[in-house]
Design a protein around this ligand. Structure first.
Ligand SMILES: NC(=O)c1ccc[n+]([C@@H]2O[C@H](COP(=O)([O-])OP(=O)(O)OC[C@H]3O[C@@H](n4cnc5c(N)ncnc54)[C@H](O)[C@@H]3O)[C@@H](O)[C@H]2O)c1
Length: 334
C-alpha cells in the first residue's frame, strides 16, 4: 500500500483529509500516515479513528521523519512551487492543488523538477475528474449532437475578507486574484474541451483592495464555436455558482445549480443520468483525482489524463486574459 502525506489542512486540505479517511478505511491502495500544517488548531481536527496519522507543524521535519510515496499539497497558492519541488526532490510523487503556480516560469520549474526526480506531478484541476464536465467533453469529442456552436461558462462566489487562513486569497501576489483562483477552473475546461483559443478579449475589474481581477468577462476566439465566460468572486451573499450552457448543432447541454440537463427540439429539456453513461466518473472528483495518481504510481504508468503541462498552459492562458484586461479589452493572441 502506498503511503501518503497531506500538506496544508485548511479549507481544501480538510476536504482532501475526508477522502484520505476513506482511502484508509478501504485499506488497499493508499494510506494517509501524516499531516502537516503550521497551525496547531488545524492539526487538532485530524481524526485518528482510521489508524495513526502523525502530525507536524513543519514540512522539513515531516519529510525527514516519514517515508512517503505521495503527498497532496493544499497550501496557499504562493507556496505551491516551494512545497512541490521540495517533495519531488525527496523522491515523492505530488498532487498539488490548483492553481499550479502564478507564473509560467514557476510552472516550468515544477515540471523540470518532476522530470529530474523521475516522479509524477498532477495538478488538481478537478473538473477534469468531474462527471458533468466529462460528459460535456464526451459529447464534444464524439460529436454526438454535432459540432459545438456556442459555449458559456459562469462561476461566481461571495468572497469577503478575511478569506483563507490569513486573508491570502484577497492578496494578488499570493493567490493571483479571482481570475487565477476562480475562473481558472473554467479556463482549464475550455482548453480541455476545445483546445487552445487563438486569442482572447477580456474585461476585468478589481473589487477588493490588494486583490486583482475579481470580476472578469471574456471572449475566447476559436474558428467555429462562439465561446465566452465570466467570473466574479465579489457577489454579495449569493451562493457559489458554477454553470455552463453548451449549444451543439442538434442539442443544448446545460449545467445549472448542479443540475445537468440536455435540451432538444423533440424532447424538450431532460435531466441527464450520468450513472448510465460509460466512461463518466460519478464519484467524488477529489477522491478520484487522488485515486488516479495513486494508481499511476502503483502501476508505474505515466499520468497521461491530466499532465502538468496542461495546467501550465492554463496558467499561460490566464496571463493572456490578464494582459487583455490590463489593456482595457484589447484582443491578445494566445
Ligand atoms: N480544487 C478546488 O476546487 C479548490 C477549492 C478551494 C481551494 N483550492 C486551492 O487549495 C489551496 C488551499 O486553499 P484553502 O482554501 O485550503 O486555503 P486555507 O487558507 O484555508 O488553507 C491553507 C492552509 O495551509 C496552512 N499553511 C500555510 N503555510 C503553511 C506552511 N508553510 N506549511 C504548512 N501549512 C501551511 C495554513 O495554516 C492553512 O491551514 C489553494 O491553492 C486554493 O486555490 C482548490
Amino acid at each position: 500500500m502506498l503511503k501518503a502525506g497531506l500538506i496544508g489542512c485548511g479549507s481544501m486540505g480538510g476536504g482532501h483529509l475526508g477522502n484520505y479517511y476513506r482511502f484508509n478505511r478501504e485499506g488497499d491502495l493508499l494510506r494517509l500516515t501524516c499531516v502537516c500544517d503550521i497551525r496547531r488548531e488545524r492539526l487538532d481536527t485530524v481524526k485518528q479513528d482510521t489508524g495513526e496519522i502523525r502530525l507536524y507543524e513543519d514540512l522539513d521535519e515531516m519529510l525527514a521523519n516519514e517515508a512517503l510515496d505521495m503527498v497532496t499539497i493544499a497550501l496557499p497558492t504562493y507556496l505551491h512551487k516551494w512545497a512541490t519541488i521540495k517533495c519531488l526532490e525527496h523522491g515523492i510523487h505530488v498532487l498539488c492543488e490548483k492553481p499550479m503556480a502564478l507564473t509560467v516560469e514557476d510552472c516550468d520549474e515544477m515540471i523540470a523538477a518532476a522530470k529530474a526526480a523521475d516522479r509524477q506531478l498532477l495538478i488538481g484541476q478537478v473538473l477534469r475528474f468531474e462527471g458533468d464536465y466529462q460528459y460535456l467533453k464526451k459529447l464534444a469529442d464524439e460529436k454526438t449532437w454535432g459540432d459545438v456552436v456556442s459555449v458559456r461558462f459562469t462561476r461566481s462566489s461571495s468572497a469577503h475578507a478575511p478569506m483563507g487562513w490569513n486573508n491570502w486569497f484577497l492578496t494578488k501576489e499570493l493567490s493571483g486574484g479571482g481570475l487565477y483562483d476562480l475562473h481558472i477552473h473554467d479556463a482549464d475546461m475550455i482548453r480541455c474541451v476545445l483546445g487552445n483559443p487563438r486569442a482572447v478579449t477580456a474585461m476585468t475589474r478589481t473589487s477588493f483592495e490588494g486583490s486583482k481581477n475579481d470580476a472578469f468577462a471574456g471572449i475566447f476566439h476559436y474558428d467555429g464555436p462562439v465561446v465566452c465566460a465570466e467570473s466574479d468572486w465579489s457577489w454579495k451573499g449569493l451562493p457559489f455558482t458554477a454553470d455552463f450552457v453548451v449549444n451543439f448543432e442538434r442539442a443544448t447541454l446545460q449545467l445549472r445549480r448542479g443540475v445537468l440537463e440536455l435540451g432538444t427540439y423533440e424532447n424538450g429539456l431532460q435531466p441527464v443520468d450520468l450513472s448510465t453513461v460509460s466512461g463518466i466518473n460519478t464519484d467524488n472528483p477529489y477522491y478520484s483525482e487522488t485515486k488516479y495518481l495513486a494508481e499511476c504510481i502503483r502501476d508505474g504508468k505515466e499520468n497521461t489524463f491530466n499532465p502538468a503541462f496542461e495546467s501550465r498552459e492554463t496558467i499561460r492562458l490566464l496571463h493572456t486574459i490578464e494582459e487583455s484586461g490590463n489593456q482595457g479589452g484589447k484582443t491578445v493572441q494566445f
